[in-house]
Design a protein around this ligand. Structure first.
Ligand code: FE
Ligand code: FE
Length: 340
């Protein structure tokens, strides 16, 4: 395949070949799920109660909430800006189903960015510069490691570079930092019955993010199944970034003399963050020595969460009716890259 430079040309197309679209592939299932659950509108969330609640917070509580929202707002902005190189790599490899899912991924990150800025505009009603909330560990991840790992893909699309990018983006930023952050919103505001609009948005966001993380786990598992040496790249990258991810929580507490204005225990967050980290790492390590067909089967189990309806109907029918073990029988080395 030649998809770079002026000599780019195609040999054919997936959708006009006998292969057609593979609705049973895990990314395609995520795509169908995103069409159903990812369509919430940040502007439709009612912030009236939140504006009242803002008035009764004391100065330190307002500062703590502004801090958390500023970390999320900049974080969502950076994942919106930095995702494109990964989408480019996946598209160039001709993985149509994966790219179709990634179109929803990018749109969702844009909405998350919109949501937190809307909170700053309409609830906190601030136009202040909030960069001083970005402490050294946060800066290390969002100002340096994330943009570097993602933009490296523009010149180095190797499996190792893809693995480092996905570890940084999906496992550390989304899997550890964002999830610990949601937990912080629930433990501070929801526990005290405050900011129902913000909490409603966070719930929508978290549901979107569970799809993003599922894609990242799928991608990393696929890379490990294709080349076992990638596991060492992942393991090294995870352990390099983990101290900075934990450092973000530590620095939040340090800013308030280790007495958080919403009275939440720091150790609770550290434990939660480490648990998230271990779960993902173990999950990807399971991909070692497995075939791509097994990876697709495991990833499909991740997508079909209990309690949420599967992407059924005509679109998902091919995948739904197949036995779990038989879904990815054509998942050979050329899987996804056959058309271009
Ligand atoms: Fe997001
Ligand atoms: Fe995300």
């Amino acid at each position: 395949m030649s998809m770079s430079g002026t000599d780019a040309r195609r040999e054919g197309f997936v959708t006009t070949s006998t292969r057609g679209l593979r609705h049973d592939l895990p990314p395609m299932r995520l795509y169908h799920k995103a069409k159903r659950f990812g369509v919430w509108d940040p502007r439709a969330i009612d912030f009236r109660r939140d504006r009242e609640d803002w008035q009764v917070l004391n100065d330190e509580q307002r500062d703590a909430l502004l801090r958390l929202v500023s970390l999320f707002s900049a974080g969502e902005e950076s994942v919106t800006l930095d995702l494109l190189p990964l989408i480019m790599v996946i598209a160039r490899e001709g993985r149509l189903e994966e790219e179709m899912y990634l179109t929803t991924f990018l749109w969702e990150e844009a909405k998350h960015t919109e949501f937190f800025r809307r909170f700053l505009d309409e609830v906190a009603e601030t136009t202040a510069d909030l960069h001083h909330y970005h402490t050294p560990s946060y800066k290390k991840i969002f100002y340096e490691e994330l943009p570097r790992a993602m933009n490296r893909l523009l010149t180095d699309p190797s499996p190792a570079a893809q693995a480092e990018a996905a570890v940084t983006y999906n496992l550390i930023v989304e899997g550890v930092l964002a999830e610990t952050g949601y937990y912080a919103f629930y433990q501070t505001l929801h526990r005290q019955g405050l900011m129902p609009g913000l909490i409603e948005g966070i719930r929508n966001l978290q549901r979107d993010e569970s799809r993003h993380i599922a894609y990242g786990v799928f991608l990393l598992s696929r890379l490990v199944a294709e080349d076992d040496s990638i596991w060492n790249v992942i393991d090294r990258r995870l352990n390099y970034l983990l101290p900075y991810a934990l450092g973000v929580t530590h620095e939040i507490y340090a800013a308030y003399g280790n007495n958080h204005p919403f009275n939440v225990d720091q150790q609770e967050f550290v434990n939660y963050a480490i648990k998230q980290f271990s779960l993902r790492a173990e999950r990807i390590e399971q991909a070692r020595g497995k075939s791509l067909a097994e990876i697709y089967r495991l990833a499909t189990l991740d997508v079909e969460e209990p309690g949420e309806p599967a992407p059924s109907g005509a679109a998902g029918a091919a995948g739904q009716s197949a036995a779990p073990g038989g879904e990815a029988e054509s998942g050979g080395p050329g899987e996804g890259g056959t058309a271009a």
